[in-house]
Design a protein around this ligand. Sequence first.
Ligand code: TXA
Ligand code: MG
Length: 320
Amino acid sequence: MAEISTDIHRAINLLQAGEVVAIPTETVYGLAGNAIDPQVVSKIFEIKERPSFDPLIMHSDRLSKIESYLADIPEPLAHLLSIYSPGPLTVLLKRKSSVPDITCSGLEKVAVRIPSHPVTRALLEAIDFPLAAPSANPFGYISPTTAQHVQDQLGDKIRMILDGEASAIGLESTVIDWRDEMIVILRQGAVTAEDIRSHGYEVQLQASSSNPSSPGMLSSHYAPRTALSLDPLPAVLDHYDTEDIAYLGFRQNVQELPQDQQYLLSPSGNMQEAAQRLFALMRQLDQGPHKIIVCQLLPEEGLGRAINDKLRRAAHGSGI
Ligand code: TXA
Ligand code: MG
């Protein structure tokens, strides 16, 4: 099992020695290692069982520190970074050859993020290389939002999980690119399309496809092992016994099921709270006795859109 610890110095030593360490961020926990060392990056891919065509995000405490790895930064992305960084925004930037191919799957752009979590900022400030850090889950599963989530799935493959309590945002960062004079959102997150539009940019959501340019758009991502359905409850009740169903709602319980089979993301209807609790509740229900999790979508606005996107991907292929 990995050691769960708040000892930043130990994490720094391990990272400097070329080890992979799980780190807390405000979005989700990451599986971190030196982004500039191909051997370390290849360890990350191995531990996660991630296909090599799915590129990693390079994390640093500030953009100026990683300038030598980057070619020109388009003005709109620099502007959005100045507003939303440190924070849950990842931008695609043209890279120089000093970024190893394996880190960005040989693509001409590398994903860059400046996280805001204080523990990880202190860690990044102390090292002179950027960290490659995908979410610290086995490929295709729900992202971890606590140290224990990481321990449960990857604890036997890494030495240390740096503990920074539960991730405050709970959804992975928004990933954006600048193409044809437009901001393209490749992955929805806490920085929403509405946020970006409010600064005067045209925004396009890239539709999911089987050959995505951001592989996080794979339609079956984030899936629990238990079937997850977005079908109306009465339709599910035609196919399953009542006791086999768990209900994951937004703010209100439903009449058709006993109370103790129902879980609410935010009884007060707060979308931030819903996002923060989503992955932990999905994990909990996945481990429970139920055969199917029936989810209710949130209103299609702001953060609700990002949450619904996760729910739709998790439900992919498991409808009744
Ligand atoms: O919130 C987050 O971003 C977390 C924390 C740990 O920082 N990290 C994370 O990394 O979610 P990961 O590897 O699980 O997801 C990164 C996403 C993937 O969908 C990947 O395909 C996309 O970003 N991505 C990375 N580099 C890319 C590139 N050069 N071009 C297109 N998509 C890219
Ligand atoms: Mg991930």
